[in-house]
Every structure is written in C-alpha cells, then in structure tokens.
Design a protein around this ligand. Structure first.
Ligand SMILES: [Zn+2]
Length: 405
C-alpha cells in the first residue's frame, strides 16, 4: 500500500468564452429549444466574468482532438465526409451560455456548471505527443481563458499528455510484436524512454504536458501488440512518471488484475498518482486502484450496463474524474444510464453536416455533460455537487503539473 501526500486544492474561479451552441434541453419530459447564438459576445464576457460563481465547470481529462473525425475523415477512410470543424467543436464546448439545467441561485448568480473549463488532449504515440503539445499551445493562444478575479494562476484551456498507447508499443519501439519480453532490446526501451522524456520536459517548460500516458495494458487488442511488449513499454512509462513527477494517465482494458499487479509492484514510482481512465471494470478492482492512490476516470464506455452503474454508485466521490474520450465512447440511447440524460445537442448525420451542429456518432467535449448527468442521476446528487467534486479532484491530482497549486 502506498501513501501519498497530495497538496490541497485551491478553488479557481473559471472564466467565460463566446457563446456558440445549439442545444435542445429535455426537462420534465418536455423538449424546449434553446436560443442559438453564433455571435461573439463581448458583453457577456465582461459582465459574467465579474459575477460570483457557485458551481465549477467541467474539466474533460481525455479528448482525442487529433482524431481525423474532426477533419471530416471517418474510420480510416480517405474521402472527406465534411469540412474540418474542430474550431466549431471547441467553440460550442467552451460556450458561456450553457444550456439547460443551470440552476438559479438569486437573480444575479449564474451557476454555469456546464461550461467546459479545460481539457486534456490525449496522445498515444511520440508523434501524436509532439503534435498534441503543439496543438494545445496553439489553441491556448486562440481560445484563452479570460482573467478572472481571484484566479491568480489561471488554468489553461488546453493541456496535453505524452505516452504510448499499449497497442502502439511494438510500433513505437520499432520491433515486431513478440510474446518474449526478454527478447526486447534494452536499447529500444532506452530510446523510447528518452523520446517520451524529451517531449515531457519540453511540455514542462510552460506546464502544458500534465501527465504521462495514455499508457497501460489492453488485452482486447493484442493483435496489434502482444501483452509482453505492452508490459515492457508500460514499465518505461513508470520510470518516466517517477523521473518527471507527473501523474499517469492509465489505460486498462480487460487485463484482469495484471495492470494492478504491475502498479502495486512498482508503487514507489506512483508518487505523483494517476487516473485509470475509461474505467469499466468491477468495484473491487476500482477500490484496489484507489487504495494505490489512483483516481477513476469515467466516460460513456463506463456507463453502458447496469453493472457499470452499480459500480459508479459505490465509488467514493472524491476519486471520480470525468472525460469524454471523444470522438469515441459517446453515451448512446442503448446505455443503461441514458434515462438520466437531459441535455440534447442539435445533431446531423455526417452526410448532412451543418456547421455548428454535432455529428451523429462522433463524440465531442461538449457531451461531457451527458457523463455528468448520468453519474449524478445514478448517485442521486445534483450536477453541481458532482462537477464541483470532479473539478476539485482534477486539481488535486493534476494541479501540481498544471502549476496551479
Ligand atoms: Zn484509453
């Protein structure tokens, strides 16, 4: 069992961005169309930023913004189904006119807990890490958070991870997949470690790289990389996390207790903690990860079945982080928790693409509210209570690397 001293979180007042959203809300069985604004709203930024805020916004800890779906290419295809629209996707994610279930707490206090404050761009290869670091830096200049009173060290809008997805380890090591861990050249592992460290150290200079990952084990897709190579690659990340004092962004798919066992054997390397993202396993395994000092990341894939919901009901609130894992892992009507979804965004099929609308089947950061609605609904708490907790949990885990603590 490892014990960690994590510094206490500070409460940051979030800022606002321009309104850009088409949303339909479902409240008490009624569908009502919300106002759509495509104009930038300077007045909104000036006046709302000065208002006291009760709720805190979302921080999406996992968004694959480099995915070709945001350029109009789907599932490996080469024919563009629509024009690139990442800028529009981001504008509606950071919209300051949140929809819907925003409660009012007096005439002047807007509890806009549905605003996305920040997101982490996740990387799965060295090249992706370099690209996502550059993208995060570029977007931070294009979508700055406005300065907010009391926000002395403001969050950035965008952060990035650096690491190798378990299914890409053989490719990034430059070797053939093998079941013989001993045969993997140490020089290849050293080279990979140096490459990850180089990107991490670059991203530390302005606190944009905030985690090592995504890394871990994936036994559902061993056709891309055998578990022996995945394991060797994962051990490299544990060294890097220890060396850089960065938290781990962990991927764990269908590995039984293997990932847990490796983490437990190496618990001295977990000083900066981490999150097991996209968690869809048992409560017992979640509890074991939590006992190692880790957090549990939840997205649409964590909310598919009644068993999933039973796990989510029992997780300690101070260990939950939320994410979209977009463009994947969206909440679907077939999901067990779908009845709790209240917010509906205007959506078109990719063939009938319309700027400003979501695309059917493509997850986006703005959909993080669906994850929150289901978790809050299942646990019988308000969205505000859930988002406040997740916000503070995120700052507690990543605040050091964001340089906000
Ligand atoms: Zn993952």
């Amino acid at each position: 069992m490892c014990a960690y001293s994590l510094r206490k979180s500070v409460i940051l007042a979030p800022a606002f961005s321009d309104p850009f959203l088409r949303v339909i809300t479902r409240s008490r069985g009624q569908i009502s169309r919300m106002a759509t604004s495509f104009a930038s709203c300077d007045a909104c930024e000036e006046t709302e930023a000065a208002l006291p805020r009760k709720g805190k916004g979302f921080i999406d800890i996992g968004a694959n913004l480099l995915d070709p779906m945001y350029t109009g290419l789907y599932f490996g295809g080469t024919k563009k189904r629509h024009e690139p629209d990442l800028d529009l996707v981001l504008k509606r994610s950071f919209c300051a006119n949140p929809p819907v279930i925003a409660e009012k707490d007096g005439p002047d206090v807007k509890i806009d807990h549905s605003i996305l404050e920040s997101l982490f761009i996740t990387a799965g290869t060295i090249d992706e890490g370099v690209e996502s670091l550059a993208l995060a830096r570029k977007l931070n200049s294009e979508f700055p958070r406005a300065g907010v009173v009391g926000d002395s060290v403001p969050l950035k809008r965008f952060y990035s991870t650096i690491g190798i997805h378990p299914t890409r380890c053989a490719q990034e090591l430059g070797i053939k997949s093998t079941d013989d861990e001993e045969s993997i050249p140490l020089s290849a592992l050293d080279t990979l470690k140096k490459k990850i460290l180089d990107v991490a150290n670059d991203g530390r200079t302005d606190n944009v790289i905030i985690a090592i990952g995504e890394c871990g084990l994936d036994y559902e897709r061993e056709q891309f990389c055998h578990r022996a190579v995945q394991r060797a690659g994962f051990l490299v990340h544990l060294d890097v996390a220890e060396q850089t004092c960065l938290p781990l962004f962990l991927h764990n798919r269908n590995t039984g207790r293997d990932l847990y066992d490796i983490l437990k054997e190496n618990c001295e390397k977990l000083k900066s903690g981490g999150v097991v993202h996209s968690f869809d396993d048992t409560f017992e395994l979640a509890k074991d990860f939590i006992d190692l000092g880790l957090y549990i990341g939840l997205n649409g894939c964590s909310l598919r079945t009644q068993e999933n919901l039973n796990v989510i009901r029992r997780l300690p609130l101070d260990r939950i982080l939320i994410e979209t894992d977009c463009p994947w892992c969206e909440v679907k009507p077939s999901h067990a928790g779908f009845e709790h979804v209240k917010t509906k965004f205007e959506t078109r099929k990719d063939k009938k693409f319309e700027p400003g609308c979501c695309v059917k089947g493509r997850n986006e950061p703005c959909h993080i509210i669906h994850v929150a609605e289901i978790i809050a609904g299942v646990r019988g708490i308000s969205i505000t209570e859930l988002t406040d907790a997740c916000y503070e949990n995120t700052i507690r885990l990543f605040g050091q690397s964001m340089n906000t603590l």
